[in-house]
Write a protein that binds this ligand. Structure first.
Ligand code: ZN
Length: 253
């Protein structure tokens, strides 16, 4: 079971995975003749010892909240996910600085949002694909450029809110592909009718049809992660002795 435990005093967290109690294998140096030794490990016990007498709470991880600045397959990267104690939300920063280091988790009170950096057409992929699929005697390089210019112009009129996201996972978590909306598609075709004639138009029309759903005509949006840290006073723990004195004082009154 995955569990996220927060120490309220230090604002530190522990991510309890099924693995933290697994023994860690220590490989001997190449010169050593020993077989590897097994080191028993229980990181969670270490965490509890370190935060003895501090109040703790469980945090619930918010589903589908994981975002990362680099592809999922990249071992060294910073990722963020959200968690809550039912009253407050937190951003959990998950990272490692070296490949042989264990993952570290840092608690940030607040939230994150994904801000759109740019929305663009896949110009290079489109022209490569056009050159590959359509005979140059039908469509010249100059016409390919005109087609890209037209598509760019249409892009400027598009509101991302009206677009459907392509659910297939992009290898990069911050690059998301969207399908062109029907109105923009009609507009694109209508303009192509003026730009290309006869056989050339039929070729480009078929090209658009082939690539509008999942091909090079998808629009690419690039996002960035923005962390909104909530201004929160760090709780200063009252030493137990003083807390007791304070209580006595209040009772005397
Ligand atoms: Zn603590």
């Amino acid at each position: 079971m995955y569990r996220l435990v927060r120490c309220l005093t230090c604002n530190e967290i522990f991510f309890k995975t099924p693995y933290d109690q697994w023994p860690e294998y220590e490989y001997p140096s190449p010169l050593s003749t020993d077989v590897f030794q097994i080191v028993e490990k229980d990181d969670y016990q270490d965490f509890l010892k370190q935060h003895q007498d501090h109040p703790m709470e469980n945090l619930e991880i918010l589903k589908d909240s994981l975002v990362s600045e680099k592809p999922y397959s990249e071992p060294i990267k910073i990722s963020y996910f959200k968690a809550t104690n039912g009253k407050e939300t937190f951003v959990i920063k998950k990272f490692r600085t070296r490949i042989d280091e264990p993952l570290a988790y840092q608690l940030i009170p607040g939230d994150y949002s994904l801000n759109l950096l740019r929305l663009e057409i896949q110009s290079e992929a489109i022209s490569k694909q056009l050159e590959k699929e359509i005979d140059p005697s039908l469509i010249s390089n100059h016409q390919i450029e005109s087609f890209l210019k037209l598509f760019q112009k249409i892009l400027k009129t598009i509101d991302l809110k009206n677009l459907d996201r392509i659910p297939e996972e992009s290898p990069h978590p911050l690059e998301i592909y969207y399908k062109l909306d029907d109105i923009s598609l009609v507009y694109l075709l209508r303009n192509c009718r003026n730009m290309f004639k006869g056989q050339a138009y039929r070729a480009i029309e078929a090209f658009i049809d082939r690539h509008k759903e999942d091909g090079v005509l998808l629009l690419k949006a690039t996002y960035q992660i923005k962390i909104h840290e909530s201004a929160q006073k760090r709780k200063v723990p009252i030493p137990i002795q003083n807390a007791y004195k304070e209580k006595q004082y209040i009772e005397k009154k």
